[in-house]
Design a binder for this molecule. Structure first.
Ligand code: ATP
Length: 269
């Protein structure tokens, strides 16, 4: 179901390691400013991934830019790093605003991207950006990121309902930190290692069920027949089964849900 999306993400994972140096008439950069992670995805004139970079950072909280200068610095450094790797200047960028925060913080996000030296060409909301890659007509896109879970309901390809609730991967790491007596950053690293996922799933089940109950609350009465998972926290193997069981709604996830939104942002550029 996600063949095109999975192909795009696979190509992106490759170019993060090995950028494509063939010249392009124009480059489109997607800037995803997240609670846990800042991601830049670069597409060429044919919308193929050619380079990418990401950095874990603490510059955004609950969709709000809380460290404006730090955010500009990180985006600028990642931009310069990618320009050096590509041997080309990156001019155009799109960024996205978390669901439910438009009007509130879109100015700050725009200013960060411009402050880092980009010309901003689009500022879609995150679910619309994710759907530029997923291409879903009807259903709920659930974005479980670092700080929040965003629920966006689509009808005929258009976002008709959005909600963003403050539970995400950070809470998963806090649970691991408590259960394993690790400090937070050690718990983060432990969680991101796929080799630990089978062992962690029962430990994380209660917090995953909490996310599922948040989803249930927002989809109730809204005629949702499919849940589509994106966001870094959905990289956790088995999260989709628990969510499907608890919501009773068929739940799907692409191979690497973490890079769907950044690639979608670049597509809207
Ligand atoms: P938000 O959407 O809340 O603003 P964000 O955009 O920074 O946050 P993402 O980049 O989508 O969020 O996801 C970051 C979260 O995903 C972090 O909590 C991180 O620990 C988690 N994560 C990343 N990779 C993995 C992995 N392989 N397994 C489990 N969790 C992961």
């Amino acid at each position: 179901m996600f063949e095109a999306c999975d192909r795009l993400v696979r190509e992106f994972e490759v170019v993060i390691e090995r950028p494509v140096k063939e010249p392009s008439a124009v480059y489109y950069t997607g800037v995803d400013l997240g609670t846990a992670c800042v991601v830049l995805a670069v597409l060429d004139e044919h919308f193929r991934p050619v380079a990418g970079a990401f950095r874990y950072a603490d510059v955004v909280r609950d969709g709000m830019v809380v460290d404006y200068i730090g955010a500009i610095r990180i985006v600028r450094e990642l931009k310069e790093e990618l320009e050096e790797k590509l041997g080309a200047e990156l001019i155009y960028a799109a960024a996205a605003i978390p669901p439910g925060t438009d009007g509130l913080d879109s100015g700050a996000i725009k200013n960060v991207v411009q402050g880092a030296g980009f010309e901003i060409t689009a500022l879609p909301d995150e679910p619309t950006a994710a759907n530029a890659v997923l291409n879903i007509k009807n259903g709920a896109v659930v974005d479980i990121g670092g700080g929040t879970t965003g629920i966006s309901i689509l009808k005929d390809g258009k976002v008709v309902y959005v909600a963003d609730e403050p539970t995400g991967g950070t809470h998963f790491s806090l649970v691991i930190s408590g259960a394993y007596k690790m400090d937070f950053s050690e718990a983060e690293r432990y969680k991101r290692d796929e080799a630990n996922h089978a062992e962690l799933l029962p430990v994380l089940k209660p917090v995953i069920e909490k996310v599922a109950s948040i989803i249930n609350r927002h989809v109730a009465g809204r005629d949702v027949d499919g849940i589509y998972l994106v966001g870094g926290t959905c990289c956790l193997n088995g999260i989709e089964d628990i969510i499907q069981k608890k919501t009773g709604i068929p739940t799907y996830k692409p191979q690497n849900p973490m890079f769907v939104t950044p690639l979608g942002i670049a597509r809207t550029c």
